[in-house]
Design a protein around this ligand. Structure first.
Ligand code: 5GP
Ligand code: ZN
Length: 112
């Protein structure tokens, strides 16, 4: 999608601090971190939301989760939180599916 900010990051039209890059995924630091570690893991395929994911995306969704685990492992993070916001009411502001990998502080439960 032309107007998608994350697609522009994938194409290099908007700079980002990349953490991981593969043929199918990109991970980069969030521009407004809410914890000392705040990394976004996105597929290079434009899927607006988890609600829009199809059965054919099963492997891609699994790759995203494993990439989050591998990044956490490389950074020696034992405690972290993975979040997917789905829909505006949940806090989703960018409509290109992404995992948030958060770490480096205590998290409350349930989330606010
Ligand atoms: P959401 O609220 O949709 O779950 O998460 C979107 C995230 O993308 C937010 O945490 C926001 O700070 C981040 N973000 C928005 N625009 C940019 C950008 O241009 N660069 C980076 N690195 N992060 C962005
Ligand atoms: Zn996109």
């Amino acid at each position: 999608m032309n107007d998608c900010i994350f697609c522009k990051i994938i194409k290099g039209e908007i700079p980002s601090q990349k953490v991981y890059d593969s043929p199918t995924l990109l991970a980069f630091k969030d521009i407004h971190p809410v914890s000392p570690v705040h990394i976004l893991i996105i597929p290079k395929k434009h899927i607006p939301s988890l609600s829009d994911a199809a059965a054919a995306d099963q492997a891609l969704l699994g790759e995203m989760l494993l990439a989050a685990k591998n990044i956490a492992s490389e950074k020696e993070l034992s405690d972290y939180r993975i979040i997917i916001n789905n829909g505006r009411g949940s806090g989703q502001t960018v409509f290109h599916i992404h995992l948030h990998l958060l770490s480096g502080r205590l998290f409350t439960w349930p989330p606010g």
